[in-house]
Design a protein around this ligand. Structure first.
Ligand code: MN3
Length: 208
């Protein structure tokens, strides 16, 4: 079962002016595609893992993958899952503040919405080099946590379930924001799709 590149659920220019169409096109059609292609290639050397859904694959990659392809699966499997999530939790007409279960969970973990956004931003700004700033569900602590990870390291590898993440690799923002990662992180909240984040939280709480 080969992994496949998902279609964006909106047009390349749907997130303008906050994220430009060219960045969305290159990011999804070139960068994400490369992760999918290289994941499938790596799995040719790990036939026992080739049939696993991506989430299961990432949960067991550290303990189950052959050493010869372990890092390739971590990099490209993480890259595939991270980006698939990223496209889903953005959308046209996004932004604003969450309601319902997400609002309650964020308040429990961070106090207020401004503090939550600032924590995500600081994690993104202090991720040296490439990586992601994440909000994850911790099933052991049964609460949301803010974390950062380098490269394409998936929080799934640590038993955490990502429900919101912002890509802070330069390829995610450089065409429009150049070196100004902070401006990109501030603008990103205009495209967040809280309904999609709510669905991720519900699935995470249900152990999926
Ligand atoms: Mn990326």
């Amino acid at each position: 079962m080969a992994h496949t590149l998902p279609q964006l659920p909106y047009a390349f220019d749907a997130l303008e002016p906050h994220i430009d169409a060219k960045t969305m096109e290159i990011h999804s059609q070139k960068h994400h595609k490369a992760y999918v292609d290289n994941l499938n290639k790596a799995l040719e050397s790990a036939p026992d893992l080739a049939g696993l859904p991506i989430v299961e694959l990432l949960r067991k990659v550290k303990t189950s993958a052959p050493d010869s392809v372990k890092q390739a699966i971590i990099n490209n499997g993480g890259g595939h899952h991270n980006h698939a999530l990223f496209w889903e939790i953005m959308g046209p007409g996004g932004g604003g503040e969450p309601a319902g279960a997400v609002a309650d969970a964020l308040k429990a973990a961070f106090g207020d919405f401004a503090k939550f956004k600032d924590t995500v931003k600081q994690n993104g700004l202090t991720q040296f080099g490439s990586g992601w700033t994440w909000i994850v569900w911790n099933p052991t602590a049964t609460k949301l946590e803010a974390i950062k990870r380098a490269n394409q390291d998936s929080p799934l590898m640590d038993g955490l379930v990502p429900i919101l993440g912002i890509d802070v690799w330069e390829h995610a923002y450089y065409l429009k924001y150049q070196n100004l990662r902070a401006n990109y992180l501030d603008a990103w909240w205009n495209v967040v799709n809280w309904k999609a984040v709510e669905a991720k939280l519900a699935a995470a709480k249900a152990g999926k």
